[in-house]
Design a protein around this ligand. Structure first.
Ligand SMILES: Cc1ncc(C[n+]2csc(CCOP(=O)(O)OP(=O)(O)O)c2C)c(N)n1
Ligand SMILES: [Mg+2]
Length: 319
């Protein structure tokens, strides 16, 4: 892996962290409408997987989508404006934090309904197969999503039709207040793939380089006609389920233990052996802070949609 690629990964992870720290504060101040969900603890997953994708590949996401959107290259200004509900938002202010989508960047959509991104990505993969396009489609979903019917429908049909899908499960230890160990019937999520005769990998989701290497192999496999594959990455949800959740069900010692493997810290600890100096990292952090701050400044003064536009782009017109 080149120094430029590693530096870019650090920049992406630090952008996610800085963006969501701002969201955390805005939600606490009641300055943004609607629910917000932060991605603290899983930054390495979206970053590593996206580094293995081509710009023309597709992803689908969840309400916890800011990290995915940032890694897929969605404009920070347009994301911040969206969170504020402004007209210049990426969905013209109609979606808010939970529903960021940008087809131009291959971001099919973030959806509040658990697991609902899976069939969207499988659909994109079906299009690729029909049209002979070299796309790979990646739905990101949580550990809780594997109990939804559409996870099984998506996995089943993707395998049956040999579609280029890389199913990426972010096992962050909790589905709302329920610990993963408590809600799973199988020992691991990766184990579920055998029901669909699908290959699977389970790996550390805190080290971005590990995530990248595993994702790259899986993406190449799917793109070359190998069919779908399930990846389970182990991370940890440092934040509550949503902004405002007090996390009373997550033991303090468990959070503290998990924070020792904070993906940004893990990267920084290994940076020098990977050829990146502390000065280089500090420079990246400085640049990121300026760019993220500028995005929120832009958003705060962006125009509101007018009342007449309320229903525009909400419903599809086939006329
Ligand atoms: C179909 C559906 N059922 C229930 C909910 C309520 N809900 C929102 S988030 C969530 C937990 C999902 O956990 P997980 O898939 O592990 O994702 P995480 O929040 O940990 O990223 C639930 C049950 C929902 N949004 N959609
Ligand atoms: Mg979860």
């Amino acid at each position: 892996m080149t120094e430029t690629m590693l530096a870019q990964m650090y920049r992406t992870m630090f952008t996610m962290r800085t963006f969501d720290e701002r969201i955390h504060q805005l939600a606490a101040d009641d300055a943004i409408p609607g629910y917000a969900h932060t991605y603290f603890g899983s930054e390495a997953v979206a970053t590593g997987v996206m580094a293995a994708l081509e710009p023309s590949d597709w992803i689908a996401s969840t309400y916890r989508n800011h990290g995915h959107a940032i890694a897929k290259g969605v404009s920070l200004n347009a994301m911040a404006a969206e969170v504020y509900g402004r007209r210049t938002g990426v969905c013209k202010g109609k979606g808010g934090s939970m529903h960021i989508s940008d087809f131009d960047k291959g971001m099919l959509g973030a959806i509040g309904i658990v697991a609902a991104g899976i069939p969207l990505a499988v659909g994109a993969a079906l299009t690729a197969k029909f049209k002979g396009l070299p796309w790979v489609a990646v739905p990101f979903f949580g550990d809780g999503a594997v109990h939804q019917g559409v996870f099984h429908e998506g996995a089943g049909i993707a395998k049956l039709w040999n579609l280029p899908v890389v199913l990426v499960c972010e096992n962050n230890g909790y589905a709302e207040a329920t610990a993963t160990d408590y809600h799973l019937n199988t020992k691991t999520i990766a184990d579920m793939a055998c029901a669909y005769n699908m290959p699977a990998r389970r790996a550390d989701g805190m080290d971005v380089v590990t995530v990248y290497e595993i994702a790259k192999e899986a993406v190449d496999f799917a793109r070359c006609g190998g069919g779908p594959i399930l990846l389970e990455f182990l991370s940890y949800r440092f934040s509550g389920q949503y902004e405002g959740d007090k996390q009373i069900y997550q033991p303090a010692a468990e959070i503290e233990e998990a924070r020792k493997r904070d993906p940004i810290k893990v990267f920084e600890e290994n940076a020098s052996t990977r050829g990146l100096s502390e000065e280089r990292l500090a420079g990246i952090r400085q640049e990121v802070k300026v760019v993220v701050e500028a995005a929120f400044t832009y958003a705060e003064s962006a125009p509101w949609p007018s009342p007449e536009e309320t229903l525009d782009d909400v419903y599809v017109s086939y006329l």
